[in-house]
Design a protein around this ligand. Structure first.
Ligand code: C2O
Ligand code: CU
Length: 575
C-alpha cells in the first residue's frame, strides 16, 4: 500500500466542452479534473486549494466509505466547513475497495458547474478481477447548461421558481457537441456535420480497440439532472460491476445510468472489424430536449495509419497520434436509438436484473428500525421545495460532525425528523396540504443498528406525474432489498431480497413506486443521504444520518474551523 499525493487547485476556467466557450470549474486547469487512480489499501492525500475568489468549496469522494475518516467526506456543513478562498484543506483517507468511483464538489451547485473527475481503485497487483479483459476505457458522463450554476441556483430559490430546464449538451469525459452533430447525416437535425481536426476541446475521444478482445468500459454518471441510457451499436454489454461492487454478470443491449451511479460493462470486439460503431448516450426519465452524446468505437484494423487523438487512459494501445479528421471514423449507419424517455418498463427491467455476485455478503435477516421517507414536491409560500416526510432540508451553518461530537446541540433542530408519514397520504394525488417547512434535524442511529429505509415516491405538486429520484448514501454501501409499485405496505417486506441483494451506494426510486434498502450503522460519522439530482438536493431533497459520533477519536481542527484565529480559539476551548 502506498501513499499517493495530489495537489488540486480548484478554479473557474474558460473551456469549450461543447465547442462553445463557457466558464466551468476546473482542477489544475483541467476539466473534468484529473483522474485519480489508486490501489486497494492505498492512502490518498489530496491537498485541495480553493482558488475561487469569492466562494468556498469542498470535494466529496463519491462511493468511498471513509471508514475511520468521516471528516474527509467533503460535504460542506456536514463533515466540514467549506474551504475558504485561498485556503488549502488536506483530505487523507484510505481506499479500501476496488471499483469505479468519481469525485465532485458538494457545496452549493458546484457539481453542476463542472467540479468533478474520475476516481478508480484497482485491486492490488497480486489479485485478479473475477472476469477477464484485455484493456479498459473510462467514461465519465455529465450534462451541461449554458446558464451558470449561480444563475440556476438563483432561479431555483426564486418565488416563483425558475426551473433550469433540460441540459443543452451531454458530455462524455467533458466533451460534447452543441453546434454540430457527429451523426448529422443520419438524424433529423439542422446541425451541420462535425468535422474535427482532433485537437479541439470538444472533439470526441474515440475508443480504439483490437478485434477479438474483451474490453472493460467503466461508466460513471455525475449528471446534475439527466438520467441516461448508453448503448454501443452491434455490441452487447455484460454488466459486471455497479457502484464499486461486483454483480451477477448479465448481458443487455443498453444500460440505464442515473446520476450518482457507476457501472463496468465488458464488451467483446467480435463484430466486423472493417466498420466503426457508435457509442450513444441519451436522456431517460424526463422528456428529453438534449441531443444524444456520441462517440465512436474504432477497430484498430481500419484507418490505423491516420490515428486518433486520445488521452492515455482511453487508448490501451497507447495510440496518441493526431488525426486528420474524426470524419473518417463516422460509422455508415445511424446511432442506436435511446429507448423512449417514459418507457419505465424498460428501466425497471434493467434495474431489477441487478443482483449480487454469488458469494457477496448478504444483509442481516432482520432490521432494528424501519424508516419510511416520503418524497414530495411542496411549497413554502410561493417557493417550490422538495421535502422528505414534509421537511425540506436546509443545512446549518455549523458542520454537523463537529456540532454533534462537541454537543453543540443548538446548532441544528433538536427534534429528529419524522420516521414515517401519515398513513392516509395518497401518493397518487397532488399533495392535499402542499405547505412544508424547512428543517435540519438528524436521524440518529446507535452504533451497529440495522436500519431499513423505504423511499416512497408520490405524485408531484401540480398535474399528474411522479419523477425519478436516484438516492445516494454517504459513508456506506447498502443492500437493495427491492422495488415496488404504489404505496409500501408492511406485507411487502415479505418479498425483500435477502439472498442476492446487490450492494450499492445509489439507488433509484421509480415514479409512484417505493425502494427498500438496508444498511448497518457501523461507520461512525455524519452522512448525507439525498437525491443526487443537483437541483432537487438544492431544493431540500435530503436527510442527515448520524451514527456513533462519540466513537470518533480525532477530527482535524481544519475540518471544524476556518483560518488561524479560529484554530487558536478552538485550541483554547478544547484544552
Ligand atoms: Cu455524489 Cu452527496 O453526493
Ligand atoms: Cu430527486
Amino acid at each position: 500500500a502506498k501513499e499517493r499525493n495530489y495537489e488540486f487547485d480548484v478554479e473557474y476556467i474558460y473551456k469549450k466542452p461543447d465547442c462553445l466557450e463557457h466558464v466551468v470549474m476546473g482542477i489544475n486547469g483541467q476539466f473534468p479534473g484529473p483522474t485519480i487512480r489508486a490501489e486497494v489499501g492505498d492512502t490518498l492525500v489530496i491537498n485541495v486549494t480553493n482558488k475561487l475568489s469569492t466562494e468556498g468549496t469542498v470535494i466529496h469522494w463519491h462511493g468511498i466509505r471513509q471508514r475511520g475518516t468521516p471528516w474527509a467526506d467533503g460535504t460542506a456543513a456536514i463533515s466540514q466547513c467549506a474551504i475558504n478562498p485561498g485556503e488549502t484543506f488536506q483530505y487523507k483517507f484510505e481506499v479500501d475497495k476496488s471499483g469505479t468511483y468519481f469525485y465532485h464538489g458538494h457545496y452549493g451547485m458546484q457539481r453542476a458547474a463542472g467540479l468533478y473527475g474520475s476516481l478508480i481503485v484497482d485491486l492490488p497487483k497480486s489479485q485478479r478481477e473475477p472476469f477477464h479483459y484485455d484493456g479498459e476505457f473510462n467514461l465519465l458522463l455529465s450534462d451541461l447548461w449554458h446558464t451558470s450554476s449561480h444563475e440556476q441556483e438563483v432561479g431555483l430559490s426564486s418565488a416563483p421558481m425558475r426551473w433550469i430546464g433540460e441540459p443543452q449538451t451531454l458530455l462524455i469525459n467533458g466533451r460534447g457537441q452543441f453546434n454540430c452533430s457527429l451523426a448529422a447525416k443520419f438524424v433529423n437535425t439542422t446541425l451541420p456535420q462535425c468535422n474535427f481536426k482532433g485537437d479541439e476541446e470538444c472533439a470526441p475521444e474515440i475508443l480504439q480497440v483490437k478485434p477479438k478482445k474483451t474490453y472493460r468500459i467503466r461508466i460513471a454518471s455525475t449528471t446534475s439532472l439527466a438520467s441516461l441510457n448508453l448503448a454501443i451499436s452491434n455490441h452487447k454489454l455484460l454488466v459486471v460491476e455497479a457502484d464499486g461492487n461486483y454483480v451477477h454478470p448479465f448481458a443487455v443491449d443498453d444500460i440505464d445510468i442515473y446520476s450518482g451511479e457507476t457501472y463496468s460493462v465488458l464488451i467483446k470486439t467480435n463484430q466486423n472489424p472493417t466498420k466503426n460503431y457508435w457509442i450513444a448516450i441519451g436522456v431517460r426519465g424526463r422528456k428529453p430536449n438534449t441531443p444524444q452524446a456520441l462517440t465512436i468505437l474504432n477497430y484498430k484494423t481500419i484507418s490505423a495509419s491516420i490515428g486518433v487523438r486520445g488521452r492515455k487512459p482511453n487508448t490501451p494501445q497507447g495510440l496518441t497520434n493526431k488525426t486528420n479528421s474524426v470524419f473518417s471514423f463516422i460509422p455508415n449507419s445511424p446511432p442506436p436509438i435511446t429507448p423512449l424517455w417514459n418507457d419505465t418498463k424498460h428501466s425497471k427491467a434493467f434495474t431489477k436484473q441487478i443482483i449480487s455476485k454469488m458469494g457477496t455478503p448478504q444483509p442481516p435477516k432482520f432490521s432494528h428500525r424501519r424508516i419510511l421517507l416520503l418524497n414530495t414536491q411542496n411549497r413554502i409560500g410561493s417557493f417550490t421545495k422538495w421535502a422528505i416526510n414534509n421537511v425540506s432540508l436546509t443545512l446549518p451553518t455549523t458542520p454537523y460532525l463537529g456540532a454533534i461530537k462537541y454537543k453543540l446541540n443548538n446548532t441544528f433542530d433538536k427534534n429528529p425528523p419524522p420516521e414515517t408519514f401519515p398513513k392516509d397520504y395518497d401518493i397518487f394525488k397532488n399533495p392535499v396540504n402542499p405547505n412544508t417547512t424547512t428543517g435540519n434535524g438528524v436521524y440518529m442511529f446507535n452504533k451497529d443498528e440495522i436500519v431499513d429505509v423505504i423511499l416512497q415516491n408520490a405524485n408531484q405538486l401540480h398535474g399528474n406525474g411522479s419523477e425519478i429520484h436516484p438516492w445516494h448514501l454517504h459513508g456506506h454501501d447498502f443492500w437493495v432489498l427491492g422495488y415496488g409499485e404504489g404505496k409500501f405496505k408492511p406485507l411487502d417486506a415479505k418479498s425483500f431480497n435477502l439472498t442476492r441483494a446487490p450492494l450499492r451506494n445509489t439507488v433509484v426510486v421509480f415514479p409512484y413506486g417505493w425502494t427498500a434498502l438496508r444498511f448497518k450503522a457501523d461507520n461512525p460519522g455524519v452522512w448525507a443521504f439525498h437525491c443526487h439530482i443537483e437541483p432537487h438536493l438544492h431544493m431540500g431533497m435530503g436527510v442527515i444520518f448520524a451514527e456513533g459520533v462519540h466513537k470518533i477519536r480525532k477530527v482535524p481542527t481544519e475540518a471544524l474551523t476556518c483560518g488561524a484565529t479560529a484554530k487558536m480559539l478552538l485550541n483554547d476551548t478544547l484544552h
